[in-house]
Structure formats: C-alpha cells, structure tokens
Design a protein around this ligand. Structure first.
Ligand SMILES: C[S@@+](CC[C@H](N)C(=O)[O-])C[C@H]1O[C@@H](n2cnc3c(N)ncnc32)[C@H](O)[C@@H]1O
Length: 290
C-alpha cells in the first residue's frame, strides 16, 4: 500500500471512531511508525509501505481509535521547546502549564542561585524547563508516584540535567521537611474535584493517571496541604506559584492567609482564564490584635 493510501484510509478510520483532528492524528502516527517528519509524508506520497510498517501503523491506529492519546502511543510530548518522554504513568504536559514556567522565570529574575521545588512533578516538565532556563538554580522535583518519578529521571538524563535536578518520592513536601529556605515552591497539582469528573475530557478520564487529575471532592485536597507546607519550606520573601483550574481562583486565594502571604498575583492564560496563582511569603507576620 502507498503512503497516501495508508493515510487516507487512516483518516477515515479515525473519523469513524470519532477521534478529533483525524488527519493530524493519522499523520502523527505515520510519522512515528516510519520515523520521518511531516515534510517526508508530503514529499513521498507514493512510497510503498512494507508489510511490517503497515501492520505497526494498524496497531497504533487501533490504539488511537480507543481514545488513547497519541502521546501515550508515540511516547513523546514537547513542552517549553524540549522533548519529553511520557507514559500512562504521567500526565501529558499541557501548553497552558508553560504560563506557570513563565511566571516563575519572571519572578526569579535577579535572584542568584535560586532554590526551587516542583511538587507533583510528573514527567518532570516544570522542574526540567526551569532548570534548563535557570542555569544557576538548585531544583528538586517531588511526586507521590514512583512510576512518574522514573519517567522524570529519564527525562532529566535525556536533557542532561540529572546532576542539577534531584527527584524524590514525597507526599506533597513531606520528604523535604529538613530542606528549607526555598526561593520557590512551584506546582501543577491535581485539581479536579470528583464531582466535576463529567466536565473532564473522556481521554483524560480514561487514560491519564487518576491521581494526576483528581484531588478530593472539591479539587483542593492537594492544594490545601501544599499551601500549608509551602509556607514552612519557603524562606521569607519566597514565592509559591501554583497552576489552578478554570473556576478555582477564589477558592485558592481563600487558602492564602493574608497575615502569612502577600503580593498575591493571578496570571490568566491566552483565553483570559485565571491559570496561575502566585503569592509571596511575608517577611514579617503583621501583628493583628484579637
Ligand atoms: C497535574 S499532574 C502534573 C504533572 C506535571 N507537573 C505537569 O505539569 O505536567 C499532578 C502530579 O501530582 C502528583 N501527585 C498527586 N498527589 C500528590 C501528592 N499528595 N503529593 C505529591 N505528588 C502528588 C501526581 O502523581 C501527578 O504526577
């Protein structure tokens, strides 16, 4: 079968399975199977596929037709211009999380040798993007999932950042309770409430790790302890920066006791949806008479 015929029948098959952007998905999977780029697909429409290529392409299409995200099939996702490996043990890094990286880089300007910790590191995308940009930073990445940490460590090695980013298993910040004085606690925690499961895309519900997505009834079961433990981990004047869900702005700001936190900032994403909340640990707690 010729490449153009394989592509055309793949598009039909994905369309019939109700997969969004069927052409893009058919191309991504064919590029993956053949180990070529998009330009090659367009330059060689008449290239014959071998029987083995055809059968591998069919396998990936069958997986995609079940709703499995293409990133779990190809094992890759780009984030912050870097190539990350992903598996079903980690959340697929999202473009909107780059707002969190941008926010931290902005706040870190002028801070020499900043010490940062990324809580719920997953693939390691935030910790590694920050370490890539901040060459003098000391970076930690924590996750409750050992399987996720394996992927994060593999990504650190591929990006040659393994000597500068330290990964450890931890429930929120508990494992680092003796490493204090952070300049930044950064996190894209799970923040979907169980009650909101029906608002989450089916592919997320069915294929991404449950503990990477859901956090209790209202979505606050990780952010709550995070705010509390971040206060202890940060140096005075240090920053907490957290990605939030589309309707969580007020609930998260409500967790930031104004006697402990100041300079609260909310950063919107490109659609104007509040995406990041950042707050600075007060240097001195104001005296408030009872
Ligand atoms: C939304 S994902 C974010 C992954 C990655 N940082 C990203 O932005 O793509 C949340 C991560 O938090 C981890 N996690 C969930 N509960 C946790 C907890 N109590 N302590 C530490 N990590 C937790 C999950 O395993 C998951 O990797």
């Amino acid at each position: 079968m010729q490449l153009k015929q394989a592509l055309a029948s793949a598009v039909d098959r994905l369309e019939a399975a109700d997969v969004g952007s069927p052409r893009m998905n058919a191309e991504v999977l064919l590029m993956f199977v053949l180990g070529v780029n998009r330009a090659y697909l367009y330059a060689h429409p008449e290239r014959e596929l071998t029987a083995e290529e055809e059968s591998r392409y069919n396998e990936t299409l069958a997986q995609r037709a079940t709703g499995m995200p293409s990133q779990y099939i190809t094992g890759h996702q780009e984030f912050w211009g870097l190539d990350f490996i992903v598996s079903p043990a980690v959340l697929i890094p999202r473009p909107e999380t780059e707002h969190l990286v941008e926010t931290v880089l902005e706040l870190a300007r002028g801070i020499p040798n900043p010490k940062l910790v990324d809580v719920g590191t997953g693939s390691g995308c935030i910790a590694l993007a920050l370490a890539h940009e901040l060459k003098d930073a000391e970076v930690y990445g924590l996750d409750i999932s050992c399987e996720a940490l394996e992927i994060a460590r593999a990504n650190a090695a591929r990006l040659q950042l393994e000597t500068r980013v330290h990964f450890a298993q931890s429930n929120v910040l508990e494992a680092l309770s003796d490493v204090l004085d952070f300049d930044f606690v950064v996190s894209n925690p799970p923040y979907v409430g169980f009650g909101e499961a029906d608002k989450v895309q089916r592919s997320v519900r069915d294929f991404e790790p449950r503990m990477a997505v859901f956090a209790g009834e209202r979505g606050l079961d990780v952010i709550g302890p995070l705010v509390e433990q971040a206060y202890a981990a940060l140096k005075p004047g240090g920053w907490l920066a957290v990605e939030i869900g589309y309707s969580m702005r007020d609930a998260v700001i409500g967790l930031l006791d104004p006697t402990m936190w100041e300079d609260v900032r909310v950063v919107p994403d490109l659609q104007g949806i509040p995406r990041v909340v950042a707050a600075r640990k007060r240097s001195v707690r104001p005296f408030i008479p009872e």
